[in-house]
Design a protein. Structure first.
Length: 296
């Protein structure tokens, strides 16, 4: 049982960060490293070439976990462009699943990044209100600018930080959490993220979650991984850097079988999640908050 006051510290990341950071490694003469994930007990060894967030069960210093500086934030959308068709398919599913929400629905965007899913929903549902949660100031600045450029600032609330510091508000009708939780290595802390979302949703409120997921012990995983790496790696990527990315899955990124991810989501206070999308290692689920939420 996770104690009620456990604070789950996570950095909101998207899958295209692998491309952005590998590009940076190739094009910059300056070598750089970034810490692996932290469990609640210790900080693992630093690993060059793989830029990943620091995660800890203590949010006493959340600012230290922010990894997106201005340069990386500015390059983020360009770096993720090769995923546009996959992104659009996920967005289509989100719009469809949430299409029966009230005309004035309130949506919580967890790890909003530069705001792509927010803008997509805002254009389709012109009276919905959004709360955008993102700990990286440069990423949130870009999101704010995009929101302003699209004339929807009055419909959006921005929170630079984490869910545990989000001010109390009316319950949300739905939440999105896209490519965030797979950077939390400990299953109980990962479930706590979903619990933090659940307590902010109305009973039976929707959650759309997307993560990298796969059974790493399956016979088809090596072939899928090769195709995945070909898709996300720049053409000029050194073999050594690709190998570091290969080793990251399961050690730096919590790539688990889809059924295990679904059970982690459910343990946070949701009905059994429905797998509604897969493209190689990308998976997406939808679910609803349980009518009666158990307090952890």
């Amino acid at each position: 049982m996770i104690s009620h006051d456990l604070k789950c510290n996570y950095t909101f990341m998207k899958v295209a960060i692998m491309i952005c950071l590998l590009d940076r490694q190739i094009n910059s003469a300056e070598s750089w490293t970034c810490p692996k994930l932290m469990s609640s007990d210790n900080l693992l060894d630093r690993t060059p070439g793989i830029h990943t967030p620091q995660l800890t069960s203590n949010m006493s210093n959340p600012k230290s976990a922010i990894v997106f500086d201005k340069e990386m934030a500015a390059r983020y959308d360009k770096s993720s462009a090769k995923f546009a068709q996959i992104r659009d398919a996920i967005f289509l599913l989100i719009r469809t699943i949430l299409s029966n929400l009230p005309v004035n629905a309130r949506i919580l965007c967890v790890g909003v990044g530069t705001g792509s899913e927010l803008l997509d929903l805002a254009q389709t549902f012109p009276q919905w209100q959004f709360t955008a949660v993102e700990p990286s100031a440069p990423m949130l600045d870009i999101c704010r600018q995009r929101v302003e450029d699209n004339g929807i600032t009055s419909r959006c609330t921005f929170h630079e930080g984490y869910l545990d510091s989000l001010p109390p508000a009316d319950s949300f009708d739905a939440a999105t959490c896209l490519f965030v939780s797979h950077f939390i290595m400990q299953p109980d802390e990962r479930s706590q993220l979903f619990h933090q979302i659940a307590v902010r949703l109305r009973p039976q409120g929707y959650l759309i979650n997307a993560d990298l997921a796969y059974d790493l012990s399956s016979s088809d995983y090596p072939g899928i991984l090769e195709i995945w790496l070909q898709m996300i790696s720049p053409a000029e990527a050194p073999a050594a850097e690709i190998e570091k990315m290969r080793q990251a899955y399961g050690t730096v990124v919590a790539v688990l079988p889809p059924a295990v991810v679904a059970s982690i989501i459910a343990a946070g206070g949701f009905d059994a999640p429905v797998l509604c999308f897969q493209s190689l290692m990308m998976h997406a689920w939808y679910t609803r908050r349980t009518p009666i939420l158990q307090v952890n």
